[in-house]
Write a protein that binds this ligand. Structure first.
Ligand code: NAP
Ligand code: ZN
Ligand code: ZN
Length: 350
């Protein structure tokens, strides 16, 4: 019999959360039951609840930045044992046999991976995410959280961390490379920390200088307000790689102009609207415009291990279940420092 667990449920697009409950499947042969301790709030949760990316499935339980502890395992599980500290990110299954799954790029599964929430698994069951007290996940899609990273600071690594790590690694961020990070919210602050730890020279391009001190503490060498036209202009032709984490429209041509020869502007931010650019912005410096989605399971474990080695965690503000609606408004207003995580112990009705 499936188990019923407390969850924060959004009944309809844009609706406020309700304390309710959802069913989780039985722990199968290769499944791990996880007691969730913290769930991060990603801007993607907001895009999907507000249907900014198209139709979503309701009722919805968002949350794909999950950190907790294993409380039961199926008989065939070999990777994890009861008591292990684990995480779950943006997908909980993939086909395991397509070209991309076999090459270790399972985030780009050709059949389409199974999203942690607002998706359907391969048997057609709707998936529910981490704003809940427990989840059942196949062990192959569960990550080990190394000792040394607190669970609250680890949760955001499962999306914000991996989504910025993957393009940084793909485009070889490291010593001798100038990397700019546009927008310093959840993803942006992780991009700064990770790029700096990889040895790149990092510049933050934020709307204002209000977070400069933090940016430098995260490892940025330079911090520029995009509203300062003169300072922005001076950066023309500077960067090898720009990671754009902005959740809204950006002036694509202006940022392409900041790339040096063969530089790349990568979108990880996923705004609602189509973006436009002038082809001549690419031609001039043989520049590239690219996108990147989350990261593979293999890369996610690599990133978590790297974070433990370098003492990196997310900067978090822990909130209770009744603060989530207000937190969403603060995220949309760029008032987050730098990731809200829900203490899931506050989800069951008092
Ligand atoms: P976030 O915490 O809200 O951060 C976004 C940042 O963008 C803000 O902190 C702000 O930084 C800047 N910004 C916001 N509105 C802006 C505007 N109107 N003009 C200019 N800058 C603005 O969001 P997040 O959770 O990091 O997510 C960022 C985006 O990445 C979202 O669209 C999300 O859906 C997407 N995402 C994509 C993937 C993927 O796989 N590609 C994975 C996760 C998330 P400043 O105040 O510093 O300017
Ligand atoms: Zn996310
Ligand atoms: Zn596949």
């Amino acid at each position: 019999m499936p188990t019923t667990v407390p969850a924060l449920v959004a009944p309809a697009p844009g609706a406020k959360f309700e304390r309710s409950s959802i069913a989780r499947r039985d722990v199968g042969e290769h499944d791990v039951l996880i007691d969730i301790a913290y769930a991060g709030i990603c801007h993607s949760d907001i895009h999907q609840i507000r249907e900014e990316w198209g139709a979503s499935i309701f009722p919805m339980v968002p949350g794909h930045e999950i950190a907790g502890v294993v409380s039961a395992v199926g008989p065939g599980v070999t990777r994890y044992a009861v008591g292990d500290r684990v995480g779950v990110g943006c997908f909980v299954d993939s086909c395991r046999e397509c070209e991309h799954c076999l090459s270790g790029d399972d985030q780009y599964c050709l059949k389409g991976n199974v999203a942690t929430y607002n998706g359907k698994d391969y048997s057609g069951e709707v998936t529910y995410g981490g704003y809940s007290t427990a989840v059942v996940v196949d062990e192959n899609y569960v990550l080990g959280i190394p000792e040394g990273i607190a669970l609250d600071e680890a949760a955001p690594l499962l999306c914000a961390g991996i989504t910025t790590w993957s393009p940084l690694k793909h485009w070889n961020a490291g010593p001798g490379m100038k990397v700019a990070v546009v927008g310093m919210g959840g993803l942006g602050h992780m991009a700064v920390k990770l790029a700096a730890a990889l040895g790149a020279e990092v510049t933050v391009l934020s709307q204002t200088l209000s977070k400069e001190e933090d940016g430098r503490r995260f490892g940025a060498a330079h911090y520029v307000a995009t509203s300062d036209r003169a300072a922005f202009k001076e950066l023309r032709g500077t960067f090898d790689l720009i990671i754009n984490t902005v959740s809204a429209d950006i002036k694509v041509n202006a940022f392409l102009g900041l790339l040096r020869l063969d530089g790349t502007l990568v979108f990880v931010g996923a705004p609602e609207n189509a973006q436009s650019f002038n082809v001549f912005s690419l031609l001039g410096g043989r520049r590239s415009l690219a996108g990147s989605a989350i990261g593979s399971i293999r890369e996610t474990q690599e990133m978590l291990d790297f974070c433990a080695e370098h003492g990196i965690g997310a900067e978090v503000e822990t909130i209770s279940a009744d603060q989530v609606d207000a937190a969403y408004d603060r995220v949309v207003d760029s008032q987050v420092r730098y990731r809200f995580v829900i203490d899931t112990a506050t989800i069951p009705a008092p």
